[in-house]
Design a protein around this ligand. Sequence first.
Ligand SMILES: Cc1cc2nc3c(=O)[nH]c(=O)nc-3n(C[C@H](O)[C@H](O)[C@H](O)COP(=O)(O)OP(=O)(O)OC[C@H]3O[C@@H](n4cnc5c(N)ncnc54)[C@H](O)[C@@H]3O)c2cc1C
Length: 391
Amino acid sequence: MEYDLLVIGAGAAGLMTAIVAGGRGRRVLVVDHANRAGKKILMSGGGRCNFTNTATSPANFLSANPHFCKSALARYTPWDFIAMVDRHRIAWHEKSPGQLFCDESSKLIVRMLLDECAAAGVRVETGCAVSHLRAAAGGFACDTPLGHVRAASLVVATGGLSIPSLGASGFGYEVARQFGHAVLPVRAGLVPLTLSGKHQERFEGLSGVALPVEARANGHAFRDAMLFTHRGLSGPAILQISSHWEPGTDLRIDLLPGRDAAEALREGRAERPAAELKTVLSGLLPRRLAERLCEVWLPNRPMRQYRDAELNGIGAQLSDWPVVASGTEGYRTAEVTLGGVDTDEVSSSTMMSRRQQGLYFVGEVLDVTGHLGGYNFQWAWASGHAAGLAV
Ligand SMILES: Cc1cc2nc3c(=O)[nH]c(=O)nc-3n(C[C@H](O)[C@H](O)[C@H](O)COP(=O)(O)OP(=O)(O)OC[C@H]3O[C@@H](n4cnc5c(N)ncnc54)[C@H](O)[C@@H]3O)c2cc1C
């Protein structure tokens, strides 16, 4: 079987590459070893796919080379993808500022991508693993259950390692190494953090408690909700900061973001001098958390017994609470994989390898990882679009 382009991975980036290349008249085969295309898209956004973020900018991405994503993102914007969604009459809404979700189901996004593939004459084969991949005269060759495949260009769109049960594999990294590319160390990102030992015991029983916080680590800060889980901490603020956290990193939580905690406590003392600290704190924080803080860490007395200096100290603690996380929940639940194929050896305008003519990398397999909120899909669409125009 002869194709102009073989795309390995029928996820977000691979399908977009195929649509654009097929639309330019290229003969395209997309193969995926999973039993259906776009499994992560189906699971994403709680089944409603947060398919882009209208505030997308290079600042929303982590990479050893923060400039790499700029060109592709500038040439395929959230509005380009929204235009496709609108053309397919898929209803969507803005949940939080900038974050766009399907009204109905992420199935509609996968359907749209597959319809676009069909319209562009792209062949998509699932349940189709690739073996013996190699450079061959005029391009690449490999074996598949469909038979021997030859293609002038090869796009590696196999994504990262998160959620192996959805088809994630390290295949793309192996291909990269095979052709002489460096692969930067990978780790789980946008992932819940775990606590252990006394750090877990002290929060035991708080599972399900949620509150707005600002999570800070390594000079980064995210203001959003935090959720106590059975094993540690989750919620958007924690998922976001997890991408900037590694074991040993100092992690701080502002439990009263945007408020002067000491002032709030002084006001509480003025209004209810006979009330205990835990009662006043229960007006500022979820009650179960306020009680636990007073059981384990904070002195609990009637408010009138606190001097200003003490309340200032407690306020400072609440605004900069140190958390000792032991690890993350890992790839089993992570939304993304940090690290990956080093972008130094890939063209930022075409996604083509600088080491192997005709070899391309798109999407999450590259060392480009977005924040939570639709940015990762926008990177998949934009990098796929850039490669699709070049192959
Ligand atoms: C639970 C969850 C929810 C998410 N929600 C969102 C969200 O709402 N918004 C957002 O922007 N991002 C979200 N993400 C992240 C987003 O899904 C990914 O960043 C994005 O899918 C990456 O696109 P990709 O095409 O590079 O990789 P993928 O979409 O992962 O596609 C890679 C494809 O390659 C296939 N593959 C892997 N190995 C092989 C192999 N050896 N042979 C053949 N095929 C192979 C896989 O089966 C898969 O179909 C979420 C991730 C998860 C896990």
